[in-house]
Design a protein around this ligand. Sequence first.
Ligand code: NAD
Length: 265
Amino acid sequence: MAKLEGKVALITGAAVGLGEGISTAYAKYGAKLIMVDLSPTVEDTAERLRKEYGAEIITVVANVADRAQMDAAAAKGVEKFGEINVACCNAGVCRLAPFEEMTDEMRDFHIDVNIKGVWNTCKAVVPYMLKQGGGSIVIASSVTGDIVADAGEAAYATTKAALVGLTKCLAVEYAKRNIRVNCSQLGYARTPMVEKMAVESNPENPEAAINDIAANVPMGRLARPIEVGELFAFLGSDESSYLTGAQIVIDGGATLPETMSIGTN
Ligand SMILES: NC(=O)c1ccc[n+]([C@@H]2O[C@H](COP(=O)([O-])OP(=O)(O)OC[C@H]3O[C@@H](n4cnc5c(N)ncnc54)[C@H](O)[C@@H]3O)[C@@H](O)[C@H]2O)c1
């Protein structure tokens, strides 16, 4: 039996990038999916997964920053599938700007989507998980904020570090009620978000910015979205039944080197 068979998973930011990778892994392992995204193209991604894996999927166009929309998305999923066993809180945004030029609107945009969006998703699914007797929540944090940061990421880093706090508190709060809560701390994967960051960093030659990221990763490359999907599938499945409150770094070794010049490599 595939490791997510019989599970219903709600995945936010599911249209492209990591959300697409997570949805692909969940479909491959037999989960039923509630794919949520701001973009209606989420339906195209779902259609591909239905064809490729025969997955049962509904899509919901919703803004994670809007609590009522997330409550409605979860309710729609439960109406269709009867329960929600896993929530992958993946939707997030990143805009770069020097701190002195970063507007309060930019700050609030990150807080609304990255923090309140995850908060709203948890709020929407937890009542169902409590009623069912358990569940698993997987939160997309980042190495950015909690471990490292690049210039221009003040708003993004602030919000991603906050998600580690939310992960730990919810993990403790719901441990006895069988809801596990863990977060991923990804380095860089090649997604539309990172392609946009590359343009903001080096408008003349964005590909050079991507190549520079890879050059500073010991494994010599960025993550593929499906590799992050595999981690989310593990954390959503019963294979990770004793893991809660964990922050799992998945970065090809990017945060390991003390220097890039000393040593025998
Ligand atoms: N790509 C990376 O290298 C990287 C690294 C660390 C962490 N992350 C995190 O992983 C998550 C996914 O990143 P990505 O690179 O796939 O991003 P992306 O921008 O490529 O895709 C994000 C998806 O989320 C959707 N979305 C954005 N705002 C939304 C909202 N308010 N409501 C609903 N859906 C919304 C978008 O429409 C899109 O489909 C983010 O939380 C990001 O911070 C990414």
